[in-house]
Design a protein around this ligand. Sequence first.
Ligand code: MN
Length: 335
Amino acid sequence: METTKGNFITLSEAAEFLKAKDNFVILTHQNPDGDTLGSGFGLAMLLDKMGKKATVICPDEFPEKYSYFTSLAPQNADFNQKTTVVAVDVADSKLLGKLEAEYASRVELCIDHHVSNIGYAAATYLDSDAAANCECIYDLAKALSVEIDKNLALALYTGISTDTGCFRFSNTTAKTHRIGADLIELGIDTAEINRIMFETKSRIRVELERMALEAMEFYFEDKCAVITVTREMYEKTGCKDEDLEGITSISRSIEGVMVGVTLRERLEGGFKISVRTYPPIDASEICKRVGGGGHIRAAGCQLSAEFTAEQARAEILKAVKAVMEENLAGTVTDK
Ligand SMILES: [Mn+2]
């Protein structure tokens, strides 16, 4: 198949592409979540069922609760032969993190659901209506007539459940539920998966949340709540970045808050910023102004080590204010 940069292809073209190759490297995004891992290992299982070889490569270590993924799919790409590089749930080659230098220009197929996908891959299958990228992998399995077994169902369900906050977020559609129902019928223990994903927190995580809540700040008539997780908090509690999944949901769970911002200081310096919003505020637009992107209600961006916490906060708040004024069609006062 002839492909050019930024070439967006259909589901059946993506299926044909996978059929035509035999030896795959599958890349996930940095700070991996359930959806990128579910997509990666799910795709590896799907390819295995087609008699192909694949290995999943993740730029960062992944949270302990996802460790079961590694046992689901054989990791058997042949690195002595040419490998075909596929990225899953990776909207921008920057999000390949440590793998960017080696792989950014080699991604032949990107399978993604982020509306902000920049088209860095030679070919991109994008379904921005999909709540989770695992819905795209499910659709590919159907298009390729690959039977979904219990292990594949487990991987895909984990991705869908985590990206939709357990089927609660506004991205959840009737199709999301239909796919979920189909996967449940394959016999997976959804109560157990969701308990691990949503109800279990480590003690050190709770300690860190306590500190972060204490330092929480409100802006713009209390419509914006900001949580800053500092390096000092990591040191005091022993938490690592991967212990903090889902922390972004705290600020927006507060009554009256329309924009929840979470700044996480990175151990190597700089800040990872997550923005969660309620209608009509566009989180993707806020983050785009600070060099990031994402979905309409959940987006992110990063600031380099040149920024102090105060400067990073000021930078993102400037974008929040501008987008709030635009989306609410009125002025927003600072306090
Ligand atoms: Mn995703």
